[in-house]
Design a binder for this molecule. Structure first.
Ligand code: GLN
Length: 242
């Protein structure tokens, strides 16, 4: 963190922000401010350069064509890769998650290179899209309560040896490989299929990103009653028989 200011970068809101993913940046901002942090939020459109000085980068999901355009521009820009080499934290959803991997299948049916920031590869599922509410258990080493979210994707994401599954689904498809995994992470880069917005449904993930960015083990507590009500409502909805 430079100048005691936390810099939160919202990557390509013009291309990648489906199903309320913009809420993720609002939640990170708010929870940082509640802890008395000075926050600078930078919304970086796809015709602008990505800054390398961010602390936390958030990326949303998108339809197949905007996803290809975003991947092309992020590769050409190169700064997100550089930011991660500098220790930045990245949290990406769905199309954003796929772009962080080695490659995915684009809207033209071709293999499109990603940024290689996560050891994952995405193919196109032959069956039905993975759509619906999800309930999953997050990797215990992250110390977080169950993950609630909403998924809608055709891509199937396969994890390589240096990516850990972010969660294991109780309900839903997650990575779609049939092995029960959902999302992936390494030390500083996180990918998930969860929309929702996922950080409003799982505010302790936002706190995890803040702790990693600040390099602290704990944050002052917050009043999470509204978040808890939303979580309980969505978890109950996921558990309803279809
Ligand atoms: N286009 C991608 C897929 O269908 C991502 C969709 C999304 O971001 N919701 O797999």
């Amino acid at each position: 963190m430079s100048d005691n200011q936390l810099r939160v970068v919202w990557v390509y809101p013009d291309l990648l922000s489906t199903y309320g993913d913009q809420g993720n940046v609002l939640v990170v901002e708010r929870r940082a401010r509640q802890r008395g942090l000075d926050v600078a939020r930078l919304d970086v459109r796809s015709d602008q350069p990505i800054p390398t000085s961010g602390d936390i980068y958030l990326i949303g999901g998108g339809e197949d064509r905007p996803q290809r355009l975003a991947a092309e521009r992020l590769r050409r820009d190169g700064h997100l890769y550089q930011a991660v080499q500098n220790g930045a934290i990245v949290f990406a959803v769905c199309a954003g998650y796929q772009i962080l991997g080695h490659e995915f299948v684009n809207d033209l049916g071709q293999r499109e290179p990603g940024l290689g920031l996560l050891d994952v590869t995405t193919t196109r599922g032959e069956g039905e899209r993975c759509v619906g509410d999800v309930l999953a258990d997050i990797d215990p080493r992250l110390g977080l309560p169950p993950l609630t979210g909403f998924e809608n994707h055709q891509g199937i994401t396969h994890l390589g040896p240096t990516a850990r599954p972010f969660a294991r689904v109780q309900i839903g498809k997650g990575n779609g490989t049939g092995d029960g995994t959902e999302g992936a992470f390494n030390d500083t880069v996180f990918g998930t299929y969860m929309h929702g917005p996922v950080l409003a449904r799982n505010p302790l993930i936002a706190d995890l990103l803040l702790k990693l960015a600040l390099d602290v083990n704990a944050l002052p507590p917050t009043d999470d009653r509204w978040y808890e009500a939303l979580r309980n409502e969505r978890i109950a909805a996921a558990q309803q028989p279809a």
